[in-house]
Ligand binder design. Structure first.
Ligand code: SF4
Length: 410
């Protein structure tokens, strides 16, 4: 598995696979063919279906320093749903070069014929079972395992990640008004925060604050502002909201938070290496489900829970996202995505609570649930994998049409 620097990426939303990945590919491609007069990008699959809403065309136009034509090809089938071709053209419009690119999720890309892996594998293990065994044999905690293989330098990187996560919470809590994209979605983080009840009503207060933090980060993502993929843009509010709530509630110092981010990262890495963190490939269970597992594991680490308890918390968090579809309305990362981050953050806290009491009676391993998520994702109809062709995306469109053209009966 690769370094956690490849999982937590600091950049602009709203979509790691539809904006961050194409942006990186465009920079790479232009550096390969700087003498081209102009470029073209042919988007297929989910990129063609929801690329407009996610802003793939806008990010490509902003990234290339020369004109680029973006074509949304919804008809040509491809093996991976996030596939696109980048083409370099000369002054006569003749093709000079073409590369096929796959945006594999979380901002990572694979470019045909190019060994563009940004880093070598640094972790020798792929499954939680292997990691747990290694930790037990060597007397290591999970954070110590991460620092042993990712290097001590990863702590500095994770501090930077945390600073960006905190900034996205604080800035998101101050913003009001509508999000861009035409859905007229209002920012609601501030109102959730401002209406949090006092300490005397702890459960309602917890819910309101955790949700407010998750909304704050997710709304900034939806607006194309700076966030950290955890593990993706669409699911970026879950880990920071849980960590920030726990930090304030229990007064944890930054070193504890960095350890928790390390644990969250290794769980995300296991999913990325063995399954998928792409909504287009496996539905929202791969994005918000993975983020929920990461947040649950991080919160369990903050509570000094055992390896088994951390595993169980992460397993519960993923298990109850199995089958979750990706059906973003208008292809925007707003409905259901923003609320979903808040709900998943609360679910992560519930998963930790269950793990605290029930770990000794658990029957499903984290590796088994990750495998199941991947198999389930492959079985999910493509209408529910970031194409906006089914689910809420379709019913929202229909209800909007109905309310405009069909008069209610007297
Ligand atoms: S529904 Fe989930 S996977 Fe799909 S765009 Fe929204 S957050 Fe991402």
């Amino acid at each position: 598995m690769k370094s956690l620097t490849q999982l937590y990426r600091i950049g602009r939303g709203p979509s790691s696979s539809h904006t961050m990945g194409p942006e990186r590919a465009a920079k790479y491609f232009e550096a390969m063919y700087p003498d081209a007069s102009c470029y073209a990008a042919l988007l297929y699959g989910s990129l063609a279906d929801t690329g407009r809403g996610h802003g793939t065309d806008r990010v490509l136009q902003k990234t290339f320093s020369k004109p680029v034509e973006v074509v949304f090809d919804v008809d040509t089938p491809t093996a991976h749903p996030n596939t696109f071709d980048l083409i370099a053209l000369d002054g006569d419009g003749k093709e000079i070069a073409r590369r096929r690119v796959v945006s594999t999720g979380g901002g990572a890309i694979e470019m045909e014929g190019v060994d563009n892996s940004e880093s070598e594998d640094v972790y020798p293990h792929r499954s939680f079972e292997q990691i747990k065994l290694y930790c037990e044999e060597n007397g290591l905690s999970l954070p110590e395992y991460v620092y042993r293989f990712d290097g001590e330098g990863i702590k500095t990187y994770l501090r930077d990640v945390w600073r960006h996560m905190e900034a996205s919470i604080y800035e998101g809590l101050m913003e009001e008004g509508e999000l861009p994209g035409g859905l007229r979605t209002r920012r609601r983080a501030k109102v959730l925060f401002d209406t949090a009840p006092p300490d005397e009503e702890p459960e309602t207060r917890e819910n309101r604050l955790v949700c407010a933090y998750a909304f704050a980060v997710s709304e900034r993502n939806a607006a194309g502002e700076m966030i950290v993929t955890a593990p993706t843009c669409g699911s970026c509010g879950i880990v920071p909201s849980v960590l920030k709530y726990e930090q304030i509630k229990y007064g944890f110092g930054e070193d504890k938070i960095i350890d928790a981010l390390a644990v969250a990262g290794i769980m995300g890495n296991i999913v990325k290496a063995n399954a998928s963190i792409s909504g287009a490939e496996c539905g929202c269970q791969a994005e918000c489900g993975t983020a929920c597992s990461m947040a649950a594991a991080a919160a369990a680490q903050l509570g000094d829970m055992s390896l088994d308890e951390i595993e169980y918390a992460a397993e519960v968090a993923m298990e109850h996202h199995l089958g979750l579809t990706c059906d973003p309305v208008d292809g925007l990362v707003q409905i259901p995505c923003i609320e979903r981050n808040a709900v998943a953050a609360m679910r992560a806290i519930n998963a930790v609570s269950l793990a605290h009491f029930l770990t000794s009676s658990r029957q499903i391993s984290f590796d088994a649930v990750v495998r199941t998520m991947y198999q389930t994702g492959k079985d999910i109809n493509s209408r529910y994998r970031e194409t906006a062709a089914g689910g809420l995306a379709q019913n929202y469109t229909l209800s909007r049409l109905s309310s405009r053209f069909i008069r209610p009966k007297d």
